[in-house]
Design a protein around this ligand. Structure first.
Ligand code: GLP
Length: 260
């Protein structure tokens, strides 16, 4: 795993560079899209690069990580709608090429299986953008999630619903109890994982993820099993790391040819 303890510019550019690398290899690259505040600087940087003509996502495909169950079509907090606002509307990707699990399906297990198949049919995810929850969740894989899990229904923890209540008028009761999420196994199938985290409230989860045991109690710790992971964090999120000095040294001596 490569750990970048960076400033605001790293938080935007590393993820955008990773997407740019994937698009250079294949213009129809598949991008895994996370919601939440953490990936927004990456999406804004991609917007900037598209506007200056440096890259194009015209042929790219996108797959959302997760979705709430039961939020009506047109609800502004459906993750499909959030990704449309935060990403699709900013870049030149074809909205028809961006997919999300169907949280309104009558048959949710069938919708999850179909989503897995759609990802496989697309050839798998090239770059998966991730955030992390304060309890170490990725996507909506809460603590206790099987490390081999695939897209499925999950029950959100009280903590996650409280954290996300800020998007629902501060009212935890408006936050759905259930969601559909790519599983840990699904996420680990992506070729390159780029995880972003900022702020002191993420410091404990980041320390568990990078320096703790691989355990279902911290779903993000499964990233230790993946051969190509880039973690981009700010100073506050890095505050608990024992090897922070080593990560800084590694970045300072990163070979120029290496890329992310
Ligand atoms: C939600 C999303 C996750 C996201 C997390 C953290 O739970 N399902 O994908 O990583 O929030 O969000 P933020 O980046 O806003 O802290």
């Amino acid at each position: 795993m490569e750990v970048v303890i960076g400033d605001g510019s790293h938080l935007a550019t590393v993820g955008a560079d990773a997407v740019e690398q994937a698009l250079a290899a294949r213009p129809d690259a598949v991008i895994g899209l996370a919601t939440g505040g953490s990936p927004v600087p990456v999406y804004d940087e991609l917007d900037r690069r598209v506007r200056t003509g440096r890259l194009s996502l015209r042929e790219a495909r996108g797959f959302c990580l997760d979705e709430y169950v039961g939020l009506p079509a047109g609800h502004p907090q459906r993750y499909r709608a959030v990704v449309e606002r935060d990403f699709v509307a900013k870049v030149d990707i074809d909205p028809g090429n961006v997919h999300a699990p169907d949280g309104l399906a009558d048959d949710l297990p069938a919708a999850c299986a179909a989503y897995e198949q759609q990802i496989r049919d697309a050839g798998g995810v090239d770059v998966q953008i991730l955030g992390i929850g304060a309890d170490g969740h990725i996507g909506f894989n809460e603590p206790g999630s099987s490390l081999g899990s695939r897209t499925r229904i999950k029950t959100l923890t009280r903590r996650t619903r409280e954290d996300n209540a800020r998007f629902f008028d501060g009212d935890v009761d408006q936050v759905p109890v259930h969601c559909l999420t790519q599983g840990i196994g699904t996420i680990l199938d992506a070729r390159h994982l780029v995880l972003l985290a900022t702020g002191a409230e993420k410091a404990q989860a980041v320390q568990w993820m990078l320096e703790g045991p691989v355990t279902a109690m911290c779903p993000a710790s499964a990233l230790q099993l993946h051969p190509h992971v880039t973690v981009v964090i700010d100073e506050a999120a890095a505050a608990g790391l024992r090897l922070a000095g080593y990560y800084r040294d590694t970045l300072a001596h990163k070979p120029e040819w290496q890329g992310w």
